[in-house]
Design a protein around this ligand. Structure first.
Ligand code: ADP
Ligand code: MG
Length: 243
């Protein structure tokens, strides 16, 4: 079987600043790949290239057999296969939880109200928020809002989920609930690409860890190797700062 995500020779610059200097990465179906590394190393840019929020300058991104970087690809169709969860939850503040979860299903997937609401409710339950359909985001804690954002992404039934520091904006006591939802998704076999500073999570859940620095993957391998026994000086000094 071909990998769920294949990133090959990805380059991206902003003006003179080369942010991605040739990234290669494969994520097998059902695998969790965690990306770690210092601020400014290009982690968010890499994720944003995987769902084409950014257009890479060079290289290719193939998600579930569809080359997103093919100029002839139907971008909207291709993006539907990739769910994204950001550090800032980006919920619509003027919509209820249920409306947040159904709007894209209805507008993008063309689902009817009943079907969209059924899918939304099932996914709310999955993230431990059954019964919160009528709440507005402002009435929820940050951890609950992030779980709504995860349920919203899941409601589009993507083949791959991208997470960009999903717990970095949360108060420490709210981080655990979000991580346990992600852990459960991983156990259910969801293919996930996760940028995180949660080294314990990466150690326990990741099949593979990529350490990025200065726009390159410096070191990659199973978590016990990259986090537990790093070989490169830059990985060692990064881990010494975050662990
Ligand atoms: P990370 O997520 O690892 O912190 P980013 O991918 O956000 O890193 O950023 C990598 C580098 O690219 C940083 O130097 C950042 O300032 C720069 N950068 C990111 N987005 C843009 C942009 N839209 N325009 C110009 N520079 C950007
Ligand atoms: Mg970032």
């Amino acid at each position: 079987m071909s990998p769920a995500v294949t990133i090959t020779g990805l380059h991206k610059s902003y003006g003179d600043l080369e942010v991605l200097k040739g990234i290669d990465c494969e994520v097998e179906a059902g695998e969790v790949v965690c990306i770690i590394g210092p601020s400014g190393s290009g982690k968010s840019t890499l994720l944003r290239c995987v769902n084409l929020l950014e257009q890479p300058d060079q290289g290719s991104v193939v998600v579930e057999g569809v080359e997103l970087t093919d100029p002839d690809v139907d971008l909207n169709a291709a993006r539907r296969g990739v769910g994204m969860v950001f550090q800032q939850f980006n919920l619509f503040p003027h919509l209820t939880v249920l409306e947040n979860l159904t709007i894209a299903q209805r507008k993008v997937l063309g689902r009817g109200k009943a079907e969209a609401e059924g899918v939304a409710k099932a996914n709310l339950k999955r993230v431990g928020l059954a019964g919160r359909e009528g709440s507005y985001p402002a009435k929820l804690s940050g951890g609950q809002q992030q779980r709504v954002a995860i349920a919203r992404a899941l409601s589009m039934e993507p083949g791959v989920m991208l997470f960009d520091e999903p717990t970095s904006a949360l108060d420490p006591e709210l981080v655990g609930d979000v991580l346990s939802v992600m852990r459960q998704l991983a156990q259910e076999g969801m293919t996930m690409l996760v940028v995180t500073h949660e080294m314990q999570f990466a150690r326990e859940v990741a099949d593979k860890v990529l350490f990025m620095d200065g726009g390159s993957v410096v070191e990659e391998g199973p978590p016990g190797q990259v986090i537990g026994n790093p070989q490169h000086e830059r990985t060692k000094s990064f881990l010494a700062r975050v662990l």
